[in-house]
Design a protein around this ligand. Structure first.
Ligand code: PMP
Length: 364
């Protein structure tokens, strides 16, 4: 959709990245660390200072939770690389992995690359809610792993602490590993709280929780993130990480370690993005697009069935060409291309861009 957007000079609300720069201080820190000579390989699990700062960030964000940065935190080249290594470390040919769809599109190919078999559980519009009894039905003796994503791309839904309780109950007495994609942990709206698997004592013992500085600091192009897991899981994860990438970008790690010392760099993000969501929703109020609930992430879903009967891919292509707004068909996040007549819009954009897109959408 991004290349179609370019071809038609459309406003691009499709791919999930901000159209504004990260904080100038953070950019300056990267430059300073390059000048200071942090230009060679970083230690394999990440620099000790950055891992210590991540542990402090977790302690600050999650009610004093204490982690050991040496044995439980690994810095990665973004969340996608962490996901791949997490799958490769534990999945062997024929192992089953339960994926809750619609989901981030790297999960399935990464799992299949290492011989895993995806067992999908498909949710439906408009509320995309999870029935844990339905999840239970997909567990077999071959189930090795289950992946969750909260806040969820593309649905914008979040898991509650009750959801985590139900998941923990399902996994009790099994050796199933839980991959918890929490890259949007700081983008939760309307006073709700992010329910991290790290805060769930039972789930935490079997979870690999994955984060991305790309989402938190508007730096998706820097590809840097981290994985948090118990020591015995981390050991296995690092065996793959070591030979997959060895270590992540050194000057950026050094800069992030300095930047994270100030907790306000990540604690105001919820309101920053909530304001963008509300601004955009208000601007498209008079359109015939029906917004679905968005509890977190920087994605807003819209049901377009009042406008067209086309399938979502055709609708997105036509919108890009005819009114000049590029969005993503939600069918792209389903392995069977389930078409609920829903599109995904990324609102991590400046107000001018959001307004320009909204005016065009209102004309639909
Ligand atoms: N997980 C989810 C749910 C995402 O939406 C994304 C980015 N689109 C990622 C992981 C990847 O993050 P990164 O850019 O750090 O690889």
């Amino acid at each position: 959709m991004s290349s179609l957007a370019q071809e038609h000079k459309a406003v691009n609300l499709s791919q999930g990245f901000p159209n504004f720069d990260p904080d100038a201080r953070l950019r300056r820190l990267v430059f300073d660390h390059m000048e200071m000579g942090d230009n060679q390989y970083a230690p394999m699990p990440g620099t000790p200072l950055l891992r210590a700062r991540i542990a402090e960030k977790i302690e600050h964000t999650y009610q004093g939770l204490q982690l050991n940065p040496d044995t439980e935190i690994t810095v990665t080249a973004g969340a996608t690389q962490a996901l791949f290594c997490a799958f490769a470390a534990f999945i062997r040919p024929g192992d089953e992995v339960i994926l809750i769809e619609p989901c981030y599109d790297s999960y399935r190919p990464s799992i299949e690359t290492v011989g895993g078999v995806v067992v999908p559980y498909r949710l439906s519009a408009p509320d995309y809610s999870i029935d844990w009894e339905d999840v239970k039905k997909r567990i077999t003796p071959k189930t090795k792993m289950i992946c969750t994503n909260t806040p969820c791309n593309p649905t914008g839904k979040i898991l509650s602490s009750e959801d985590l309780d139900q998941l923990a109950q399902l996994l009790r007495d099994s050796s199933i590993i839980h991959v918890s994609d929490e890259v949007y942990e700081h983008l939760v709206f309307d006073g709700q709280q992010h329910a991290s698997s790290l805060t769930h004592p039972e789930l935490r013992k079997r979870s690999m929780a994955i984060y991305s500085f790309g989402k938190t600091f508007h730096t998706t192009g820097w590809k840097i993130g981290y994985l948090v897991a118990p020591p015995e899981i981390t050991v296995e994860f690092r065996k793959v990480h070591q030979f997959n990438v060895f270590s992540a970008n050194h000057p950026i790690q050094a800069a992030l370690a300095d930047y994270l010392a100030d907790t306000s760099t990540y604690s105001d993000l919820n309101s920053f993005y909530q304001e963008k969501r509300d601004f955009f929703l208000n601007a498209v109020k008079s359109s015939r697009l029906r917004p679905l609930a968005c509890e977190g992430t920087y994605f807003q879903l819209f049901d377009y069935s009042a406008i067209s009967n086309e399938n979502d891919l055709q609708f997105c292509k036509a919108m890009t060409k005819e009114i000049g707004v590029a969005t993503i068909p939600v069918s792209a996040f389903f392995s069977n291309n389930q078409d609920d007549k829903v599109i995904r819009v990324c609102f991590a954009k400046t107000k001018e861009v959001l307004l320009d897109a909204a005016v065009r959408l209102c004309a639909l």
